[in-house]
Design a protein around this ligand. Structure first.
Ligand SMILES: Cc1cc2nc3c(=O)[nH]c(=O)nc-3n(C[C@H](O)[C@H](O)[C@H](O)COP(=O)(O)O)c2cc1C
Length: 365
C-alpha cells in the first residue's frame, strides 16, 4: 500500500471512531433538536445508570419546578429534585423497569405518562415493590426538552418474599396463628376476665358480616357464679331427661351417666364468663339470622383467643328452649350458642382436621 492510501485509510478510521465516540457522548446528554420521546429515553437511561449529570441535562435550568413524590411529598425546586436523586443513587440493590404509556409533544410543552416498577432488594431477604404511574411535564428551553414537573402516582406497594417462612408480615402471621390456635376449651382456671376484655371481644363479635347489615344479635353476658352453679345442675337434668326418653336406660346406667355428666358440665361451666349469643327472629331478614349469629360467634372466639382466652360453641348441654326459660330470654330470640370466655386449664391439642386437598375444589366439581 502506498503512503497516500495509508493516510487515507488512517483518516477514514479516525473520522469513524471520532464520530462514534462523540455520538456516544452526545447520547448521554440532552441536546437541541432531540425529540421528547428521545429525551424521555435519556432521562430513564440516566436513572438506570444512576447518572446525575446526564439526568440533569434533561431537567429545567429554571426555578419553576415541582415533584410530587410517591409518598405525597412536594419538592418544589430543582435543588430539591437534585438532592432527592443524589440520595437515591447512593442506594444499591434496586432496579426500576419503565413502561412508556403515552407521549405528547406540543410546541413548547409536552408530557409523558409511564409506569415504573420499582424493586428494592431488602437486607434480610425478599423485595420491596412499588408500582407507580409517573407523569413528566416537559418545557422547551433553548431547543431542548426539559422536565419541569414530575408527578408520581403510586398504584401498589408490596413485598415479594421468596423464603416461605418470611413471606407474611408479623401481623399477618399473628392473625392466621390466632385462627389456627383457637380451640374449644372444656375446662377453665378461675382467673377473672376483666370487663374491658369482655367488651373488646364482644366488639369484635358485633363487627361480623350480616345479611343486609341487619346485625340481629344480642349478647347476654353471665358472670354470676351462683347462677352458673344452678345452671350446672339444670344442664345435667336436661341432658338426662332427653337421654331417658331416647334411650330408656337402666337406673344403674343412668346413675353412672349422671356422675360422668356432672364432671363434664362442671368443667364446661368452670369459666368466669359466659355469653349467650342470641339473634332476633324479628330482624329484617329472618332467614339469615342463624348465619349471622354463627359468624358473630366465630369473631368472638378468635378475638377471645387473641386475648388469651378459650371459648366453645356449646349447644348440646344448653338446649335453646330450656336456656331461654332459665335466663328469661324473650320469645323472639334464637340461641346460637352458649360460650365460655376464660383462661384454659390447659390448651387442648388441635383435633384432627381435614386436609385442604380433601376440601378445596377449584372451578368445578
Ligand atoms: C355448631 C356447633 C355445635 C357445637 N356443639 C358443641 C357442644 O354441644 N359441645 C361441645 O363440647 N362442643 C361443641 N362444639 C365444638 C366442637 O366440638 C369443636 O369445634 C370441634 O370439635 C373442633 O374443635 P376446635 O373447636 O378446638 O377446633 C360445637 C361446635 C359447633 C360449630
Amino acid at each position: 500500500m502506498n503512503f497516500f492510501k495509508k493516510c487515507t485509510l488512517f483518516w477514514i478510521a479516525f473520522l469513524f471512531f471520532f464520530s462514534f465516540f462523540t455520538h456516544l457522548a452526545a447520547a448521554d446528554e440532552n441536546r437541541p433538536g432531540l425529540s421528547l420521546k428521545a429525551t424521555f429515553d435519556l432521562y430513564v437511561q440516566a436513572i438506570h445508570n444512576s447518572d446525575l449529570k446526564s439526568l440533569f441535562t434533561t431537567v429545567t435550568d429554571g426555578q419553576d419546578f415541582f415533584f410530587l413524590t410517591s409518598t405525597g411529598k412536594l419538592i418544589d425546586s430543582r435543588e430539591g429534585y437534585y438532592t432527592f436523586h443524589e440520595d437515591w443513587f447512593k442506594e444499591t440493590g434496586w432496579e426500576m423497569p419503565v413502561e412508556l404509556l403515552e407521549v405528547h409533544e406540543g410546541k413548547d410543552y409536552g408530557y409523558t405518562v409511564a409506569k415504573f416498577y420499582y424493586k428494592q432488594r431488602l437486607p434480610e431477604s425478599g423485595t420491596y415493590n412499588l408500582d407507580s404511574y409517573f407523569t413528566l411535564i416537559f418545557h422547551k428551553e433553548d431547543g431542548m426538552w426539559k422536565v419541569v414537573g414530575d408527578i408520581c402516582t403510586p398504584i401498589e406497594r408490596y413485598l415479594i418474599e421468596k423464603n416461605p417462612d418470611l413471606r407474611y408480615s408479623a401481623d399477618q402471621t399473628y392473625l392466621l396463628d390466632m385462627i389456627k390456635t383457637r380451640r374449644t376449651v372444656r375446662r377453665f382456671k378461675p382467673t377473672p376476665v376483666p370487663q374491658e376484655h369482655i367488651l373488646k371481644i364482644l366488639d369484635a363479635a358485633r363487627l361480623a358480616p350480616t345479611a343486609g347489615n341487619q346485625q340481629p344479635w344480642k349478647f347476654l353476658v353471665i358472670q354470676d357464679r351462683a347462677r352458673l352453679d344452678q345452671l350446672q345442675k339444670e344442664a345435667v337434668s336436661w341432658y338426662l331427661e332427653g337421654y331417658k326418653i331416647k334411650r330408656n336406660p337402666t337406673e344403674e346406667q343412668l346413675s353412672k351417666l349422671r356422675t360422668q355428666l356432672e364432671e363434664v358440665v362442671k368443667n364446661v361451666l368452670s369459666a368466669p364468663v359466659y355469653v349467650a349469643v342470641l339473634v332476633d327472629s324479628q330482624a329484617q331478614y329472618p332467614d339469615y339470622i342463624l348465619y349471622d349469629g354463627s359468624l358473630a360467634a366465630g369473631n368472638l372466639m378468635i378475638a377471645a383467643r387473641a386475648l388469651g382466652y378459650g371459648t366453645g360453641f356449646f349447644t348440646t348441654f344448653f338446649p335453646e328452649v330450656k336456656m331461654k326459660e332459665f335466663f328469661g330470654i324473650p320469645e323472639q330470640y334464637r340461641l346460637i350458642c352458649f360460650t365460655p370466655i376464660g383462661v384454659p386449664y390447659e390448651w387442648p391439642d388441635m383435633p384432627p382436621k381435614k386436609s385442604l386437598d380433601e376440601l378445596v375444589i377449584f372451578e368445578r366439581f
